[in-house]
Ligand binder design. Structure first.
Ligand code: GDP
Ligand code: FE
Ligand code: FE
Length: 195
């Protein structure tokens, strides 16, 4: 499927159905919520709504793949082998973007980068990266203390929403004693600590 400059209702429908076949109903509903939110943010902040739609629909495409498939691709395709010490939470974006490229034929580098960064964020994020990162956090199906604050911020200042989300995620990881991926720390240093 090729989408550049020609993202019709028909190929959105095809993409949506392909994504749907790869995940639970619950996760697919989340994906549609992210899409709706990302398109609205794109319209508000002046990004491409088509790219926001494609990136949102595919951001969790690989999330239900078995671990051994990720491990195989990490070893085969020259990823940093330190990734083998992590898990699905980290793999499904960074490595998942390659599944999206190979299996769905999406070659747009801005879209692939937004997928790669959607879980950890990054010190440097494009407008589309921020939109997918934030939309994933605040889509209508999300329900946790602080989500309404994040939604409010996203309507006023997208960077403030990125900051809020980054701090919230790091706090959650610390509270649950999870290992912090280096990119997550870089995101925190740049966006929250202002380093
Ligand atoms: P989802 O795929 O829509 O559920 O959302 P995300 O892709 O944003 O997050 C997937 C999971 O990764 C969540 O449980 C996050 O808390 C977790 N996560 C985010 N950053 C890190 C990190 O640095 N380390 C670890 N261990 N988990 C992380
Ligand atoms: Fe995700
Ligand atoms: Fe998601």
């Amino acid at each position: 499927m090729k989408y550049e400059g020609n993202y019709t209702a028909m190929n959105r429908e095809l993409l949506m159905q392909t994504v749907q076949m790869h995940m639970s109903e619950k996760r697919f509903k989340h994906v549609l919520g992210v899409e709706k939110t990302a398109v609205a943010l794109a319209e508000k902040y002046g990004a491409s709504p088509e790219k926001a739609s494609i990136a949102a629909l595919t951001h969790d495409y690989a999330k239900e793949r078995p671990n051994d498939e990720f491990e195989l691709v990490i070893k085969r395709d020259g990823f940093d082998l330190d990734l083998l010490n992590w898990n699905n939470a980290i793999w499904h974006g960074i490595v998942g973007a390659d599944f999206v490229q190979r299996e769905l034929g999406i070659d747009d580098q801005e879209i692939l980068q937004a997928i790669r960064l959607h879980t950890t964020g990054a010190a440097e994020m494009s407008l589309l990266d921020k939109i997918i990162y934030v939309a994933d956090f605040i889509e209508p199906g999300r329900d946790f203390p602080g989500v309404d604050k994040a939604r409010e911020l996203s309507l006023v200042d997208l960077d403030e929403a990125v900051r809020y989300e980054t701090q919230h995620t790091l706090l959650h990881l610390l509270e649950t004693k999870k290992a912090i991926y280096p990119e997550t720390i870089e995101t925190y240093n740049r966006w929250v600590a202002g380093k």
